[in-house]
Write a protein that binds this ligand. Structure first.
Ligand SMILES: Cc1cc2nc3c(=O)[nH]c(=O)nc-3n(C[C@H](O)[C@H](O)[C@H](O)COP(=O)(O)OP(=O)(O)OC[C@H]3O[C@@H](n4cnc5c(N)ncnc54)[C@H](O)[C@@H]3O)c2cc1C
Length: 550
């Protein structure tokens, strides 16, 4: 059991009702709910403390691209009344401070084993429980296995040869040191121009002697236009939190962003242009609240994309660099656009240059820097902002064996499959928080995490109230859900870009959109239906009399 320090003893078998993996916002909320339900459970977290991605991704400039009045817990009025966000779009350090504040307030740390990694989990059919092993030697036996392992957890390292020979420093944005890194005067190479690269460039550009940005695929980015939150605004939010949360839960994104149903071409050209100017000036995701069909109408999408490309030329002084920074060949908004503060402006600094890896691909890392086909760049440090094995990476990182010896890797060989992104045929009582085939990165993930955990807790309560020990979706229910996910995906432009949303950034990964694109509100309704219809899409195993839990 737990030792005096709170950590779990190695080499003992610990019998529990539930194990939760992950102490990000999903796992923290799961721990809170399970404790309130009176369940015996343990949380396992590979990191040293709570916070999940915000614990790991401490790179300079790391920031949320949703406004914090959306990107925060809504389950406790005490927490939302007490916590004060300093800016509209919170910095990583503020989000991590918030996670710590919540953990302190709810005394969550005592329920977690930190610096502990789950290395295998297998379902014991005879006893209807999960046997979960960790790298510390601990073995847990639990009825419910809740995976809050996060959609962006396993960093993707590029496979250029020579990293081990580099004599300078290598930093991964997803495993950033806890101490500040000083780049003053140093020659720095940054690989990757997704949202992380776009956030870090302007900050490192301020310090570095020289910054070379290695770009393969330019991303669409819009000005964030972040601002401090005034006490008056905050008082207003506090007074209206209940209605803010209500409208967030009914929205497509799970946030209070404006939504429009206005078709782009319903307006004359001049008016469309003036609205695009307004959206650009307003910043953030204002475009999506201005027109309703940008993710369905390719022509409309391209006109907005061209507007944004023209803006790049307005900012970036060197015409060749501006041209190379322009994303082409895939729709804007096919993934949530990056929001930046001074990204394009950074390319006007004399110490910043763009290395276009389409024209001149990286060949290898050398002891002194990066060698492309045509050039050698001498560097003191390399920053890898190269993304993640998204959605399924953490779930596939260890062996998960379900009923009748079913292997999760086999089940997902042709792409991730699940029912509602929460449960899977063949894997009884395994529940995913923010899993593939749910809305995931297309929604506000804190809102989604809360909704998923609430759904899972209701399902567990249902089983416990009805003498049932295990549940899993029927194969036809899973099939039907996957059909819905695929049909919706075909109707949007989201699946038309080679992004991590479709697994295109990982060599060998089956390509296909693994997210539900019908919007958070519709997704929430589907989950609610699955519950209120008496869980008829699930099969249940009755409690074995001698093994009754709890
Ligand atoms: C830089 C960055 C910016 C982001 N910005 C936004 C944003 O603006 N809006 C938004 O909605 N989302 C954003 N996200 C997505 C983010 O993943 C979610 O918002 C959210 O934080 C996910 O919470 P989570 O609890 O589901 O997962 P995480 O926060 O990823 O937590 C999962 C935890 O599980 C642990 N874990 C995984 N596998 C194991 C294992 N085998 N054993 C033990 N522990 C394990 C990990 O160490 C991790 O701490 C961003 C992500 C990144 C990386």
């Amino acid at each position: 059991m737990a030792t005096a320090s709170g950590a779990t003893d190695a080499h003992s078998i610990i019998a529990l009702d539930a194990v939760v993996v992950g102490a990000g916002f999903g796992g923290m909320y799961a721990a809170y709910r399970l404790r309130e339900m009176g369940l015996r459970f343990r949380g396992i977290e590979a990191g040293g403390d709570v916070g999940g991605v915000w614990y790991w991704n401490r790179y300079p400039g790391a920031r949320c691209d949703l406004m914090c009045i959306d990107y925060s817990y809504s389950f406790s009025d005490e927490i939302q009344q007490e916590w004060v966000w300093p800016e509209q779009y919170a910095h990583q350090s503020d989000i991590l401070a918030y996670a710590n504040f919540v953990a302190d307030k709810l005394d969550l740390r005592k329920d977690f084993d930190f610096e502990t990694r789950v290395i295998s989990a297998s379902y014991d059919d005879a006893r209807d429980l999960w046997v979960i092993k960790t790298n510390t030697g601990a073995i847990f036996e639990a009825t419910y296995f809740i995976l809050a392992t996060g959609p962006l957890t396993v960093p993707k390292r590029p496979d250029y040869p020579g990293f081990e020979d580099f004599t300078g420093d290598i930093y991964s944005t997803a495993r950033w040191p806890h101490e500040p890194v000083d780049f003053t005067g140093r020659k720095v190479g940054l690989i990757g121009t997704g949202s992380t690269g776009i956030q870090i460039v302007p900050v490192v550009a301020e310090q570095a002697g020289e910054l070379v940005v290695f770009q393969r695929t330019p991303s669409f980015t819009l000005p964030m236009r972040n601002s401090a939150i005034t006490p008056e605004f905050w008082d207003e939010v506090r007074r209206n939190y209940a209605s803010i949360r209500e409208s967030a839960s009914l929205s497509p994104l799970g946030g209070i962003r404006a939504v429009s149903t206005r078709p782009f071409f319903s307006l004359p050209r001049a008016q469309r242009h003036s609205l695009m100017e307004d959206s650009w000036k307003q910043g953030g995701l204002a475009f999506l609240g201005t027109f309703g069909d940008l993710l369905r109408n390719e022509e409309a999408n391209e006109e907005v994309a061209e507007f944004v490309r023209a803006k790049i030329s307005e900012v970036v002084k060197d015409p060749d660099t501006a041209e190379r920074l322009k994303p082409r060949g895939y729709p804007i908004f096919a993934r949530r656009p990056c929001l930046d503060t001074g990204y394009y402006e950074a390319f006007n600094q004399p110490n910043v240059r763009l290395a276009d890896c389409i024209d001149d691909p990286i060949e290898c890392i050398t002891p002194r820097g990066i060698k492309t086909q045509k050039t050698h760049y001498d560097l003191d440090a390399i920053i890898l902002a190269t993304g993640f094995d998204g959605l399924t990476g953490a779930l596939m990182a260890f062996a998960v064996t379900g009923r009748d010896g079913r292997d999760l890797k086999d089940k997902w060989r042709e792409g991730a499959r699940s029912y509602l992104g929460i449960a899977m045929d063949g894997f009884p009582n395994l529940f995913m928080v923010c899993g593939p085939n749910g809305p995931s990165a297309l929604a506000n993930i804190i809102t989604l995490n809360q909704q998923n955990v609430d759904w899972i807790c209701s399902a567990i309560t249902h089983m416990r109230d009805n003498g049932l020990t295990a549940m899993e979706p029927r194969p036809d229910a899973e099939e039907a859900w996957m059909d819905i996910v695929a049909t919706l995906a075909d109707k949007t432009l989201v699946s038309k870009a080679n992004t991590w949303y479709v697994g295109a950034n990982i060599q060998g990964k089956t390509k296909g959109l693994t997210m539900y694109t019908g919007g958070f509100a519709n997704y929430r309704n589907s989950c609610a239906d699955a519950q209120t219809n008496g869980y008829r899409e699930f099969t249940f195993a009755p409690c074995k009399p001698d093994l009754k839990v709890g």
